[in-house]
Design a protein around this ligand. Structure first.
Ligand code: MSP
Length: 500
C-alpha cells in the first residue's frame, strides 16, 4: 500500500528553529515506522518561498527575494540530514516545475468556474500572509498570533468561490470524522465552516514575488494557494522522467501545526474539489512547542536552537525529547532543564545503561555468546500484543502514546534485571540455566524495543541492534522470541554518554 506523508513547507523568511524541526521529526518517525511495515512510503518536505513575508524581509536586508530564498532554503535543506530526516524529496516552491504545475491546476480551477474578479477590503497580517476574518482579529486590529498591527488592504483581486463549498465541506466533516486528527481539531475546523464561508482572495495585485496568474500576469497567486499545491505538484517532478502522482496521491497524512488548520482543513479540501483532485485521507494537527508558556517563534525571539542541542547531545536525543516530552497533538513547554532530566533518567539510564549492562554481562559471563535457550515466558507475556498496539497508535499518528507503550517495556526490562539479579546468579554454578535464560530474555526484550524505537532514534537503536547482531528492522521482527536463540554480542560504547 502507498503511504504519502508531508510536512508543511517552511517559510524562508527566517532560519530553521526547533518548531520546524519538530514537525519534520514527527513526520519522519511515522515515515520510518511505515517503511518497517512494508508500506510504499513517500515522505515530502520543503520550503515555501513566495509571498509577502519573504519579499518584506528581503527588502529589509537589501537583497532580492530569490537571494533570500536561496540562502534560507539551503539552511532548511541542510537541517534535514542533520535531524536524520529520510525525506524522499525536498520541494522548493520556486522550482520552475512547481510554478508551471500551479498555473496549470489553478487555470483549471478558473475554467471550472470557481474564480471571479472582485475587490478585497479587509484586515491582513503580513506575517501570517492571512486575510483575517472577524473572529481572528485581536484588540486594536492586531494579529492574535504575531501580536502586530494588521494592515487595512483594499485591492482588485481574483477571488476563489470558497462559499460555494460550504455544503461539500460540511458533508466531508460529517462523513469522515477522522479527516482531521485529533478530533478536537476537527471540531475547530467545523466551527469555522459553521460560521459561514466567505470567498477568499486567490491573487495579490501589489506583489511581484509569486507565481504569475496565467490569465492575468499583472497578478501573482496568493501564496497560500501556491504553497498548498506543493503536496500535489511535487509528485509530478520529484523523480526525473517519472510522474508519481498516480502512485501516491491522495496523501495519507499531512502533518501540520494548529496555526495553519484553517488553510489545510478548509481552503485545501475546497481547492482540491475545485481542481477535480482527490482529498487527502488525514490531516494530523500538532500543538506548539512553548517556552515559558509562549509559542516558540522567530517573531517572538524565544527559540531553542536545534543545532546547539544536537551538537551537545546528538540528534536522537532531540528526536526522542520532542516526541516524548510534549504529547504529539497538544501544546507543551520545552526547556533545557526538562531535556536534561529526560536525557539522564530515560535515555542514559533506562535505555542506554540497560543495553550496556546486558551486553557487558554477556561478554563477562558467557564470553559474548547469547545463550541459546528459550526465553522467559513471563517476560514474553509482557511483550504480547506490543507490536500491534504500537501499529494501531501509529495508524492514528499517536506518536507519543506509541512511544510510551514502548517505554513501558524498557522499564519492564529494567525491573527484570533487578528481579533476576544476574550478578547473583553468576556466583552460583547451579544457577547457570537461570542466568542463561535471564540473559537471553534481556537481549530479546532489548532487541524488540529497539526495532520499535528505531523510527524515533534511528542512529542509537541501529547501533544497539548491530551490537546484538540483529539489525533487521522488518516489523515482523518486533515480536518477542522472533530472533531465534543464539548469536553473539559485541561491546557497545555508551549510547547516551552521561558526561554530556
Ligand atoms: N509556509 C507555511 C506553511 C505552508 S504549508 C502548505 C508556514 N510556514 S512556517 O514556517 O511558519 O511554519 C511551518 C510549521 O512549523 C507550521 O506547522 C507551524 O505550526 C510549525 N511551527 C512553527 N513554530 C512552532 C512551534 N513553536 N511549535 C511547533 N510547531 C511550530 O506556516
Amino acid at each position: 500500500m502507498s503511504f504519502y506523508i508531508t510536512t508543511p513547507i517552511y517559510y524562508v523568511n527566517a532560519q530553521p528553529h526547533l518548531g520546524h524541526a519538530y514537525t519534520t521529526i514527527a513526520a519522519d518517525t511515522l515515515a520510518r515506522h511505515m517503511r518497517q511495515r512494508g508500506e510504499d512510503v513517500f515522505f515530502l518536505t520543503g520550503t515555501d518561498e513566495h509571498g509577502e513575508p519573504v519579499a518584506q524581509v528581503a527588502e529589509r536586508e537589501g537583497i532580492t527575494p530569490r537571494e533570500l530564498a536561496d540562502r534560507n532554503a539551503a539552511r532548511f535543506k541542510a537541517l534535514m540530514p542533520r535531524i536524520e530526516a529520510s525525506n524522499d524529496f525536498f520541494i522548493r516552491t520556486s522550482d520552475p516545475e512547481h510554478v508551471a504545475k500551479v498555473q496549470e491546476i489553478l487555470q483549471r480551477v478558473h475554467d471550472n468556474g470557481h474564480v471571479y474578479a472582485g475587490i478585497y477590503e479587509g484586515w491582513y497580517c503580513p506575517s501570517c500572509a492571512d486575510f483575517k476574518t472577524e473572529s481572528e482579529i485581536g484588540p486594536g486590529n492586531t494579529c492574535l498570533i504575531h501580536e502586530i498591527p494588521l494592515l487595512r488592504e483594499h485591492e482588485q483581486n481574483w477571488f476563489f468561490r470558497l462559499s460555494s463549498f460550504q455544503e461539500p465541506l460540511e458533508r466531508l466533516y460529517r462523513d469522515q470524522p477522522d479527516f482531521v486528527l485529533p478530533r478536537i481539531r476537527a471540531n475547530e475546523a467545523r466551527s469555522f465552516i459553521d460560521q459561514g464561508l466567505q470567498d477568499v482572495s486567490l491573487s495579490r495585485a501589489n506583489l511581484r514575488w509569486g507565481v504569475p496568474v496565467p490569465w492575468d500576469p499583472e497578478q501573482v497567486f496568493y501564496v497560500w494557494f501556491d504553497a498548498l499545491l506543493n503536496y500535489v505538484t511535487a509528485l509530478s517532478y520529484a523523480r526525473p522522467g517519472e510522474d508519481l502522482t498516480e502512485r501516491y496521491w491522495p496523501a495519507t497524512f499531512h502533518f501540520i501545526g494548529k496555526d495553519i488548520l484553517k488553510f489545510h482543513g478548509v481552503y485545501w479540501p475546497a481547492l482540491l474539489m475545485a481542481a477535480d483532485l482527490e482529498l487527502p485521507e488525514h490531516l494530523f494537527v500538532h500543538g506548539f512547542l512553548l517556552m515559558d508558556d509562549k509559542k516558540m517563534s522567530k517573531s517572538l525571539g524565544n527559540v531553542l536552537d536545534p543545532f546547539e542541542v544536537m551538537d551537545k547531545y546528538g540528534t536522537d536525543a532531540l528526536r526522542y525529547y520532542c516526541l516524548r516530552d510534549v504529547s504529539f497533538g497538544q501544546d507543551g513547554n520545552v526547556s533545557p532543564a526538562s531535556f536534561e532530566t529526560r536525557y539522564d533518567t530515560e535515555l542514559a539510564n533506562e535505555y542506554g545503561n540497560l543495553a550496556s549492562r546486558t551486553i557487558a554481562m554477556i561478554i563477562r559471563y558467557r564470553d559474548g555468546a547469547i545463550p541459546a535457550v528459550d526465553t522467559d515466558p513471563e517476560l514474553a507475556g509482557d511483550f504480547g500484543g506490543l507490536a500491534a498496539e504500537v501499529a494501531a497508535l501509529a495508524d492514528r499518528a499517536e506518536l507519543t502514546q506509541a512511544l510510551d507503550v514502548i517505554w513501558q517495556r524498557v522499564r519492564r526490562l529494567n525491573r527484570y534485571v533487578e528481579e533476576r539479579a544476574p550478578w547473583q546468579l553468576a556466583k552460583d554454578a547451579a544457577a547457570a540455566p537461570a542466568l542463561d535464560q535471564t540473559l537471553a530474555s534481556l537481549v530479546e526484550g532489548i532487541r524488540v524495543v529497539s526495532v520499535l524505537l528505531h523510527p524515533y532514534m534511528p542512529a542509537s537503536a541501529g547501533r544497539l541492534l548491530e551490537a546484538l547482531d540483529a539489525l533487521d528492522l522488518d516489523y515482523d521482527r518486533a515480536r518477542f522470541a522472533e530472533r531465534g536463540p543464539g548469536g553473539r554480542v559485541t561491546a557497545l560504547e555508551p549510547l547516551f554518554p552521561k558526561s554530556a
